[in-house]
Design a protein around this ligand. Structure first.
Ligand code: PRX
Length: 650
């Protein structure tokens, strides 16, 4: 854990505390310790009450939990439909005309979608999917920009019992191929293009490239958004609006088993191959509805909620689509970047819709800090009452900036720790109850059992260690698609009987948790997980590259930045820009290294293992410690010289 020492030192100096404002606490769903006490007294009864009160079941469950480590089954025998929970029951309860989504396109066009509108569109699209041969148990791939059709497509899958696999629109054709083929998806839903920074970014051409290598895809549905010219293959490709115009408007929700697969979402691990994380129906929905209601203190009659994530990530699944819609929330969904047409676009949107709850990533906050406090000051942000962060540790300075300049000093901040694998939030303040400290995610939520342990799996009461979960929780992953062994190896083998999250954490004198980032070979760039091995594989797939080593180095804005060290094949030459573009083609623009250093050799131990820690030290400009285990110490001198000379890309 030595690489975390700097962070630990910085965080241990933080002593400011912020109690929930009295008026906030008085009106909050949770403002006393009763929920904690209930969960501690009887975990299963606690979650059963959440499932009963927050979710509508077509058939009650028999047992709450069957736990055969590492396999959990929640609400066994229960039947429900996720789309029915997110839509039909709200309409039936008289909320059909309530706005579900205030959608804001990047160019400034808008759509106002009520719960009744969304139910209508989802039913029609569910029938479209059926007409294209999608049946219960099939997989459907979704590759869309941030447009309402993304939520429609996900809910339509849930309605008929097909599992979706959403691929972030910024991923490359190659990434799409890998994910479609691993899931053996039958149908792909994409768009001609979407808007980004004032321009149309084409998606269908990337999908076409992928489709040449995805034998399981029978049909492609294309949403018209960008208006860019696209090729349509007859018999295979269909326009969304044409199919929808013909679709039957009624589609009864399928009765799904609580443990039926709801979706796959691929995330990076420590190998080159992304993992298809499996989430099921009843437990997941219970977990996201519970956390969305209590962590964000959602009052659906008066809140306007906005989560700035993309639906392509778990945050978008759990806290744009399923949590908020299950709770009948009114939310904002925005298509584009925060700096188009100006650096104040987010604040303009907050003021325009009267956003009350705002959830974003620390990397975005640090970017806003760079743009300056004048940008939010141009707008009336007085509607805001609660702020949230997710995706990476937030440094106290960014927390304080957020608190003052966005929250006007009056809004509690919930720093929420969780993962693609956990399905929903696990560690977070409860905004009407918890005294916060800038930079600490504070405590496990009621119903979640966390322990920090040392190398020998012994619980740590105070100080640093590894973050583990000791009891099952309803939103937990049920496996890795097609790879049960990897599921056991990755999460359940490091510490006997515990789920290992891959994160370091520290407990302070008051028992507050401070998350310290990954302790494995996974980088966190702008809150997105990217594996070092995946980027290395992308680099060595270029014909000029013999060998590559990739590390995540601290970066003031993006949390970590990707640094690559590359050895070229004899007689080959290639420039940095070409290699960066090559990585973008292989994985996606988010995986482009910030800097690439060419080196005749990589520093290796005598047994041939690349010394990543040392490369991280070089990247972060630190003095190198002991290099005596190196096979060839002169490599390092050369690297340091080159690192000092080479400017990195922004
Ligand atoms: O390292 C932790 C970091 O993000 C990882 C999970 O990444 P992903 O599955 O992509 O999900 C991101 C959105 C939930 C974790 O292992 N992480 C997430 N939230 C926090 C965090 N690190 C510190 N503080 C957080 N609040």
């Amino acid at each position: 854990m030595s690489e975390h020492n700097d962070t630990i030192d910085a965080l241990s100096n933080e002593s400011r505390t912020f109690a929930p404002p009295a008026t906030f606490a008085a009106a909050a769903h949770i403002n006393d310790g009763a929920l904690h006490a209930e969960a501690e007294a009887d975990l299963e009864a606690f979650w059963a009450r959440q499932a009963r009160e927050l979710i509508t079941w077509q058939q009650p469950w028999g047992s709450v939990l069957e736990w055969d480590l590492p396999y959990a089954r929640w609400f066994v025998g229960g039947k429900l439909n996720v789309a029915e929970n997110c839509l039909d029951r709200h309409v039936a309860a008289g909320f059909g005309s309530k706005v579900a989504i205030h959608w804001e396109g990047e160019p400034g066009d808008t759509r106002t979608i009520t719960y009744a509108d969304l139910l209508d569109e989802v039913q029609r699209f569910a029938n479209v999917l059926r007409s294209l041969g999608v049946a219960k148990g099939d997989r459907v791939n979704i590759y869309l920009p941030m447009i309402p059709e993304a939520a429609v497509a996900m809910l339509a899958c849930a309605r008929i019992g097909a599992a979706h696999s959403v691929v972030f629109g910024g991923f490359s054709a190659q990434s799409l191929i890998d994910r479609i083929n691993d899931a053996e998806a039958k149908v792909l839903i994409t768009a001609d293009g979407g808007y980004r920074r004032g321009e149309v970014f084409p998606l269908k051409p990337a999908a076409d490239e992928a489709l040449a290598h995805t034998p399981t895809i029978d049909h492609v549905v294309v949403v018209r958004r960008g208006g860019n010219d696209v090729a349509m293959t007859k018999g295979r490709d269909h326009w969304y609006h044409e199919l929808m115009a013909e679709a039957d408007p009624v589609c009864a929700p399928e009765a799904m088993d609580a443990e039926d697969l709801l979706f796959l979402l691929y995330t990076s691990g420590t190998t080159g191959k992304p993992k298809g994380i499996m989430h099921t129906t009843g437990g997941y929905l219970t977990h996201v509805a519970y956390t969305h209601r209590n962590v964000f203190d959602l009052h659906r009659d008066r809140d306007v909620y906005w989560c700035t994530a993309d639906v392509g990530w778990i945050t978008g699944h759990s806290y744009i689509v399923y949590g908020p819609l299950a709770n009948g929330a009114t939310q904002v969904m925005y298509e584009g970047v925060p700096n188009y047409p100006g650096n104040d676009r987010f604040w303009e949107i907050v003021a325009k819709y009267g956003v009350t709850i705002f959830y974003t990533a620390p990397t975005a906050i640090r970017t806003f800090m760079k743009w300056g406090a004048d940008e939010p000051a141009k707008h009336d942000l007085s509607s805001l009452r609660l702020l949230g962060t997710v995706g990476e540790p937030i440094n106290p300075e960014a927390w304080m900036w957020y608190h003052h300049n966005i929250g006007g000093g009056r809004c509690p901040i919930v720093d929420t720790w969780w993962q693609t694998e956990t399905g929903g939030i696990m560690i977070s303040p409860l905004p009407g109850l918890t005294v916060t400290k800038p930079g600490s995610a504070t405590f496990a939520l009621p119903g979640v059992n966390i322990e920090v342990v040392d190398d020998n799996a012994q619980p740590v009461e105070h100080g640093g260690g590894y973050l583990t979960l000791t009891r099952p929780w309803p939103g937990m992953l049920r496996g890795i698609w097609g790879d049960p062994e990897r599921f056991v190896d990755t999460y359940w083998s490091r510490f006997q009987g515990r789920y290992f999250a891959g994160d370091g954490a520290r407990l302070d004198d008051d028992g507050y948790l401070w998350l310290l980032g990954r302790v494995d070979d996974v980088m966190n760039v702008s809150g997105h997980r990217i594996s070092t091995t995946e980027v290395e594989s992308a680099l060595v797939s270029h014909p000029a590259v013999a060998e590559a080593a990739v590390v995540g180095a601290n970066d003031a804005t993006t949390g970590q930045a990707i640094f690559a060290y590359v050895t070229l094949r004899g007689g080959q030459d290639v420039d940095v820009a070409t290699l960066r573009d090559h990585v973008a083609t292989e994985i996606g623009a988010i995986a482009k290294p910030k800097a690439i250093f060419f080196t005749p050799d990589l520093p290796k131990t005598r047994s041939g293992k690349i010394m990543r820690r040392l490369l991280r030290d070089v990247a972060e400009g630190r003095n190198l410690g002991d290099t005596t285990t190196l096979a060839d110490a002169s490599v390092v001198d050369e690297l340091q010289r080159r690192a000092a000379e080479t400017p990195s890309e922004d």
